[in-house]
Design a protein around this ligand. Structure first.
Ligand code: HEC
Length: 111
């Protein structure tokens, strides 16, 4: 029994370690930096990865985000959104949205 437990633990850690860092971070980053303003009933409308298609998300990140969020301030930290996130973190959020868009294999509401 004990041995089975240890093998189980080793296997789960191996699976977690095998996930690319961005796949783990994207969801948490989205929750903490996007969902805070785009949850159900939000003034700024509800947006989850599955609200848009992959093409719409790509367009949003390449053409709209910078302009529509330039003056956006994070409600919890009081800092500008773009100053609270590194370019790598923004990339991880973008990945998460595209990987879980409406027309992806695993559409996500993000809780
Ligand atoms: C401080 C609140 C706030 C945060 C944080 C925030 N947004 Fe927004 N978002 C807005 C506002 C304000 C608009 C402008 C349009 C509106 O009010 O309908 C907007 C618009 C949008 C739109 C609609 C398209 C557009 O460009 O107008 C999308 C999609 C979107 N946000 C996604 C995101 C994503 C993804 C994140 C995280 C990286 C995020 N938002 C973080 C406030 C926020």
């Amino acid at each position: 029994m004990r041995c089975a437990k240890i093998i189980f633990l080793i296997l789960t850690s191996a699976v977690l370690l095998a996930l690319p860092a961005s796949a783990q971070d994207g969801k948490a980053l989205y929750r903490n930096n996007c969902k805070v303003c785009h949850d159900k009933g939000s003034l700024h409308k509800q947006y989850a990865p599955m609200t848009l298609t992959q093409a719409q998300w790509r367009k949003f990140y390449s053409a709209k985000l910078a302009a529509s969020h330039a003056t956006v301030v994070h409600p919890n930290t009081g800092k500008k959104l773009f100053e609270s996130l590194t370019p790598e973190q923004m990339k991880a959020i973008q990945r998460f949205c595209i990987d879980h868009a409406a027309d992806s294999e695993a559409p996500a509401t993000c809780g």
